[in-house]
Design a protein around this ligand. Structure first.
Ligand code: ADP
Length: 459
């Protein structure tokens, strides 16, 4: 029951309620009608027995019984007896065989599987003496019409249950349809990360309509707040770009001065390093804010991806050498595909750069690129510091840095590299994956579908 959808729970509840109500109503109805029928049979019997004495006459010498006495009215049989209890006229039901002594008043007895009401009354007829009139009515017969109705109800009851469940489902489904619409919209917003979606419920202006309308209003303000935030990031990064460029050029200018003292040189170089980090971070921020505002476009070209990968490795080799990290490559030759050159290089630079930054001194880094069945597979594997299980789920989040101090890196990093890498891979229709073991190493891989055409254009 716990796992049943609300729709079904409400339907079952409604059907059970309807069944109980109907069963209760039928029960009350039958017990009332049954007692009503019995009391009316009883009254009828008493009345007919007393009226029957009008059909018996004593003319001074003979007792005459009218032929009306022999009629069976409303299932009531009348019979007359003399004082010695001998039958002197009337009729007895065929099934009523038992000898029942005459005794004034009402009796209820069962004979031959049938229940009977027997009413005896007596009257004195002058010299003839006492005459008894007995009225017999079958209760079973009186109740049989009720039984037919009962049986019919038992047959109709399952149909009623099905009808109740069906109607219940129909109404519950109709009532809950707006809820499904609200859920679908919320899910679409979550999946497609599109805050411009609205529920836009139409129809009856009930409580659910008001709820959907309120949700839409809330989405409106959330979307506006998000837009503002995106705009702020974009504006702030633009504004920061100029001062950082000025700081960098001033640093270069100062460093060119041969008269600069040793201490001053160390300070300016430190400023330059920090400014370079800042410039990198601003560039990453600008990139991500462009992706948020759907302004980042892809300029795909038919390129030698093997060559681009080798170039990216070469560029990072210098930094790797400083940490005595050995880079091993396994790059399949002449892989061609349509990709955005700048972004493809940036993807490699980030993954390889991280491999070195978070790699151990004198460690190794494996870079591989393969293409199989139209899928480009790139992997960067290191035997570096690794990522803990707690930190691992957050590495794709913006500005997330898993304890920068443990890497012993010179620059402070930004926590924007992996979100950027993820966007690049996904923008090319691919998927990114990562595995890591703390203290052992990490493995970052991506799969991008590229056209099944291995020959470069023009060849
Ligand atoms: P940054 O490197 O600038 O901090 P990233 O987005 O590139 O930002 O990476 C986010 C975090 O993921 C890093 O701070 C680091 O803790 C972790 N990380 C990324 N790559 C590796 C790796 N190869 N080995 C260990 N940790 C890594």
């Amino acid at each position: 029951m716990k796992k049943l959808p609300l729709k079904w729970k409400l339907t079952i509840l409604y059907a059970v309620f309807m069944i109980l109500m109907t069963a209760l109503m039928l029960g009350i109805l039958f017990s009332l009608s049954s007692s009503e029928i019995l009391s009316s049979v009883e009254q009828d019997l008493e009345k007919q027995v007393f009226e029957a004495f009008d059909d018996i006459k004593w003319d001074g010498s003979r007792l005459e019984i009218d032929k009306d006495f022999y009629d069976v009215e409303n299932g009531i049989y009348l019979s007359a007896y003399d004082e010695a209890e001998n039958l002197i006229g009337g009729r007895i039901p065929y099934e009523f065989t038992q000898e029942v002594p005459l005794a004034e008043g009402m009796k209820r007895l069962t004979q031959g599987g049938i229940q009977w009401y027997v009413w005896d009354a007596a009257s004195d007829f002058q010299e003839y003496g006492r005459v008894y009139v007995r009225g017999i009515a079958s209760i079973t017969e009186a109740e049989s019409s009720l039984k037919v109705t009962l049986r019919l109800s038992i047959i109709l009851f399952p149909l009623l249950v099905i009808l109740a469940a069906f109607l219940g489902y129909f109404f519950v489904n109709r009532t809950l349809r707006p809820v499904a619409q609200i859920t679908d919209t919320a899910r679409a917003i979550y999946k497609e990360k599109d805050l411009s979606k609205r529920i836009g419920l139409t129809g009856e202006k009930n409580e659910l309509y008001q709820m959907a309308e309120t949700f839409d209003l809330m989405l409106e303000s959330v979307e506006k707040a998000f837009e503002k935030e995106k705009q702020f990031t974009s504006d702030a990064s633009h504004e920061l770009r100029t001062p950082v460029t000025v700081i960098l050029s001033q640093c270069e200018y100062l460093l060119e001065d041969e008269k600069l003292g040793e201490n001053e040189r160390i300070s300016v170089e430190a400023i330059q390093r920090k400014a370079q980090n800042m410039a990198k971070m601003i560039a990453q921020l600008l990139f991500l804010s462009r992706t948020d505002q759907n302004r980042q476009t892809l300029h795909k070209e038919w390129l030698d991806l093997s060559l681009l990968t080798e170039m990216a490795v070469e560029e990072q080799e210098e930094i790797a050498r400083k940490k005595e990290i050995r880079i091993e490559t396994d790059i399949q030759e002449q892989i061609y595909g349509y990709v955005d050159e700048t972004l493809f290089i940036r993807l490699w630079m980030n993954l390889i750069g991280n491999g070195i930054t978070y790699g151990k001194e004198k460690g190794w880094l494996k870079v591989s690129l393969k293409k199989k069945d139209g899928i480009l597979k790139g992997v960067v594997e290191d035997n570096g510091i690794g990522i803990t299980k707690e930190q691992f789920p957050h590495i794709w989040e913006r500005f997330y840095q898993a304890d920068a101090s443990r890497s012993g890196r010179e620059d402070s990093g930004s926590g924007l590299g992996l979100p950027m890498v993820k966007w690049i891979v996904e923008a090319h229709g691919g998927e990114i994956s990562a595995e890591s073991q703390y203290g052992v190493g990490s493995r970052f891989g991506f799969c991008i579908p590229v056209e099944e055409k291995d020959v470069p254009l023009g060849k």
